[in-house]
Write a protein that binds this ligand. Structure first.
Ligand code: 0WD
Length: 254
């Protein structure tokens, strides 16, 4: 297909071939997009580089979103090599594993701030930088979870951060719409990735979703990739500020 032919996109949050970012990147590359990737720290470099190469990407850069200079460096390099950007995907979240268990009320100030910074503020910080490369419009996409809307077991402070992230999607959409930039989120059902392995009882959560969603199955990174294609391409030209549930319909029933 060629839904994204001629478009250049930045994918952030690829950790390995089970990452949601990988499902989105593969779908985008399949539709003709030219991609750049970032990885967090040297440990992930050796995992991300071969994956990027597999999709023909020549731009693979380090980025820690808790460091402003590191984000600046990414966009300076994209400006140098591409001059413009058509889309970017933010598939990044972090919280202290110890707090994805027990009670939300026991959250520490330190982990609350860190979770909000990396899982919520970073999307806004990156949007501000990406805007400068999107003078002819563009599409920005982040990943969220139902724990933003309803209390979900063990999601705790991450649910609070995702609620703030979903609100920031709406405010960013309002700010950036005048220049044709669209800002949306996908609320994905649970998928067994590296980040998810930090959540206690995750296997049980997967099974619960399988039994209690209209489609009677969990979703895959390919499901998320397919829906991302719609939001990243001109097919969704009239859509902004939206949170699209890719969760086998769990949110209407669960
Ligand atoms: O069930 C799931 N897996 C769901 C995930 C359901 C609904 C939403 N999501 C969201 C996550 O909250 C996240 O926002 O999707 C996004 C992608 O998550 P993923 O694909 O499940 O997880 P993973 O493959 O682990 O990638 C997330 C990556 C990190 O990996 P690890 O596991 O090493 O933390 O986010 C990156 C990192 O590569 N990351 C950072 N990148 C730059 N700077 C930072 C940072 N400070 N912190 C984490």
């Amino acid at each position: 297909g060629n839904l994204l032919a001629g478009k250049r996109g930045l994918i952030m949050g690829l950790a390995n071939n089970r990452s949601i970012a990988w499902g989105i990147a593969r779908a985008a590359a399949d539709q003709g997009a030219e991609l750049a990737f970032t990885y967090q720290g040297d440990a992930l470099k050796k995992r991300v580089e071969p994956l990027a190469k597999e999709l023909g990407s020549k731009v693979v850069l380090p980025c820690d979103v808790s460091d402003a200079a590191s984000m600046d460096a990414v966009f300076a390099e994209l400006e140098r090599v591409w001059g413009k950007l058509d889309f970017f995907v933010h598939a990044i979240a972090f919280s202290d594993k110890a707090e994805l268990d027990g009670r939300y009320v026991d959250t520490t100030e330190k982990n609350f701030s860190q979770t909000m910074l990396i899982s919520c503020y970073s999307f806004t910080a990156l949007a501000a930088r990406a805007e400068k490369l999107m003078s002819d419009g563009g599409s920005m996409l982040t990943l969220t979870y139902y724990g933003a809307e309803k209390v979900m077991p063990h999601y705790n402070v991450m649910g609070v951060a995702k609620a703030a992230l979903e609100a920031s999607v709406r405010y960013l959409a309002a700010d950036l719409g005048k220049t044709g930039i669209r800002v949306n989120a996908i609320s994905a059902g649970p998928i067994k990735t590296l980040a998810a392995s930090g959540i206690a009882d995750f296997r049980y959560i997967l099974r619960w979703n399988e039994y209690n969603s209209p489609l009677r199955r969990t979703v895959s990174i390919e499901d998320v990739g397919g829906s991302a294609l719609y939001l990243l391409s001109d097919l969704s030209g009239g859509v902004t500020g939206e949170v699209l549930h890719v969760d086998s319909g769990y949110h209407v029933q669960g």
